[in-house]
Design a protein around this ligand. Structure first.
Ligand SMILES: [Zn+2]
Length: 211
């Protein structure tokens, strides 16, 4: 009952939140086993970018690019993720140095369906915090390469059947260039991601019991 109420409250708040830019993101939702991609709700806009004065008022950061869009919630790149991102650009798209400006960070919330997302407008790539464990390191490259392909193709990606084909032919042709994409797909199909989520949940629960 309580959950129902909360859900309906969230539903009612959502349009407002979207207007305020709170929940707005271009999420690359990847439910196992088949990947899906949510199309952005509206065309690109610079309306929500923080003015330069707000940016310069921010405290200095020690590392990584800064997300200027939300002065209150700026994100900092994770050093491991951003170095993989930079290596992938160097290896596959050396001419696209502007993509180095992306912030690449672990998600701040737990994820159940989304392994990673690429927000073209905020130049932000989020990777599920559940994947921040040594046995998942091997998946970070193909996963970040997938998001990099979104960044490379941008919002001008072709349409198929009247909708922007985020994972259409153009995308798949580009994605295929990475040698480990197939292995990542197979890992997801075989329940690898589900296992990671379950194991993260149980670790968190065990920690909570110890407190
Ligand atoms: Zn995608």
């Amino acid at each position: 009952m309580f959950t129902k109420r909360v859900r309906s409250l969230i539903r009612r708040l959502s349009p407002l939140s979207r207007q305020l830019g709170l929940f707005e993101r271009l999420t690359v939702v990847i439910p196992p086993p088949k990947r899906q991609h949510a199309e952005p709700a509206r065309p690109p806009t610079t309306r929500n970018w923080a003015p330069q004065s707000a940016v310069s008022a921010l405290p200095p950061l020690t590392q990584g690019p800064i997300n200027v869009r939300r002065a209150g919630k700026s994100r900092i790149s994770d050093s491991k993720l951003s170095s993989i991102w930079a290596e992938l650009i160097q290896q596959f798209f050396p001419e696209r140095t502007e993509l180095l400006a992306y912030t690449v960070a672990w998600s701040t919330r737990r994820q159940r369906r989304t392994l990673a997302s690429c927000n073209l407008r905020r130049k932000l790539v989020n990777v599920a915090l559940e994947l921040n464990r040594p046995d998942c390191d091997q998946w970070l490259r193909p996963l970040l390469y997938h998001e990099l392909c979104h960044a490379v193709l941008g919002e001008s990606i072709g349409r198929e059947g009247g909708r922007r084909a985020w994972h259409g032919r153009e995308f798949r042709e580009l994605e295929r260039r990475h040698p480990h994409i197939k292995a990542l797909d197979l890992w997801m199909k075989q329940g690898g991601w589900k296992h990671v989520v379950r194991s993260h949940r149980s670790q968190q629960a065990a920690k909570a019991r110890l407190k």
